[in-house]
Ligand binder design. Structure first.
Ligand SMILES: NC(=O)c1ccc[n+]([C@@H]2O[C@H](COP(=O)([O-])OP(=O)(O)OC[C@H]3O[C@@H](n4cnc5c(N)ncnc54)[C@H](OP(=O)(O)O)[C@@H]3O)[C@@H](O)[C@H]2O)c1
Length: 336
């Protein structure tokens, strides 16, 4: 019998999630049946939607989330023993997955083979070459339709999605301006990732500095954070500018009482902007396209894939609240 340890959310989050909102529960897993696999988790993802979607589910619920896992036993020939999978089984160390359903919540994928990462770290399967990478790739390319020479702004720029968006924008020949939450992150964006300009949104005058950095205005805005900074950026957009609304993390810890932001409708009308929200599962069947390009760029050195690694199953909560507080540069992952 294989034992499973898993995080169960037993209280609805109020503000920043608390350690005792979770309970680690141990159970025995049943023997696998036809169409099932037994997997051992190797990498677990902590992501902002795990905070944002909390109020959708009655407690208690098993904490959902992506993981990269090793197949220990298989009764599905598509996933042989010793191979690796990506699935949405949540924060658990072992699990039995029904491969036709496997953790398929939130309209996300069930289970799929870890893409061929050409020798890159398997952890990228939940990061730059996983859901966050697909988010950056499709959200930016499909909705912003960037053209070489255009000016792109990205918020949450040093995070999992934002750091990939900015680098794709550079690959496409754009001028890229990023906003992130510390001077170290700003330095990394400018010196390592090749952003043309980056700012610490906590210390600068956003409007003044953005006007100086983008004297010809902003053509594309990839919005990870929402709130007042997004209103300020949108006020600087050019005629027919495009905004991809990916997330609003500035409000996730207080969704019932979200911050107020300046009116954006005059800019939308006068600049005839196109503003579109999206969920990455919209392009689920096309994720392999993104993974192929992202792997190619990562192998060639055009795309840098930094990770913020926390070690240990017992530390997932710390990694989660650390990510929400901005401790991560690049993708926050937990090595189990
Ligand atoms: N639409 C979709 O399908 C989809 C898919 C994936 C992710 N997302 C969204 O994309 C965004 C980024 O996700 P990610 O996975 O890449 O996370 P991430 O950026 O790697 O990590 C979260 C980051 O948010 C920043 N942050 C925290 N509080 C903030 C605040 N009040 N204002 C501004 N920034 C704040 C922190 O960086 P700083 O130090 O810079 O503050 C933190 O590092 C989130 O909004 C997420 O919900 C959407």
């Amino acid at each position: 019998m294989v034992k499973q340890r898993k995080y169960v959310v037993k209280k609805q989050f109020q503000g920043v999630p608390k350690r005792d909102d979770f309970e680690i529960v141990e159970t025995e897993l049943p023997p696998i049946k036809n169409g099932e696999i037994l997997i051992k988790t190797e990498w677990i993802s902590v992501d902002p939607y795990q905070r944002a979607y909390n109020s959708r589910y009655p407690v208690p619920y098993d904490q959902f989330g992506y993981q990269v896992s090793l197949v220990l036993e298989s009764k599905d020939p598509r996933y042989p023993e010793g191979s690796r999978v990506v699935c949405h089984q949540g924060w658990c160390d072992h699990s039995v997955v029904n491969t036709s359903e496997g953790g398929a919540t939130l309209g996300l994928s069930a289970v799929y083979k870890l893409p061929d990462l050409k020798g890159l770290s398997n952890s990228l399967g939940i990061g730059a070459i996983g859901m966050p990478g697909a988010t950056a790739y499709f959200g930016f390319l499909e909705l912003c339709q960037p053209k070489a020479g255009e000016t792109v702004v990205v918020t949450g720029a040093a995070g999992a999605v934002g750091s990939i968006v900015g680098q794709i924008a550079k690959i496409k020949g754009c001028t890229v301006i990023g906003f992130a939450g510390s001077d170290d992150k700003v330095e990394w964006l400018e010196k390592e990732l090749g952003f043309d300009k980056a700012f610490n949104y906590k210390t600068v005058d956003v409007l003044k500095d953005l006007k100086e950095a983008a004297p010809k205005g902003v053509d594309c805005y990839f919005d990870n954070v929402g709130g007042e900074i997004s209103s300020q950026i949108i006020s600087q957009m050019n005629l027919f500018g495009r905004v991809a609304v990916c997330g609003s993390i500035s409000a996730y810890n207080d969704m019932l009482n979200p911050p107020k932001a300046s009116i954006i409708q005059p800019s939308i009308v006068m600049k005839q902007l196109k503003i579109e929200g999206f969920i990455v599962s919209r392009w689920l069947s096309r994720w392999p396209e993104a993974f192929a390009d992202l792997t190619k760029w990562a192998k060639s050195g055009q795309l840098k894939t930094r990770e913020h690694v926390t070690e240990g199953f017992d530390k997932i909560y710390d990694a989660f609240v650390g990510m929400l507080a901005g401790e991560n540069t690049g993708k926050a992952v937990v090595k189990v």
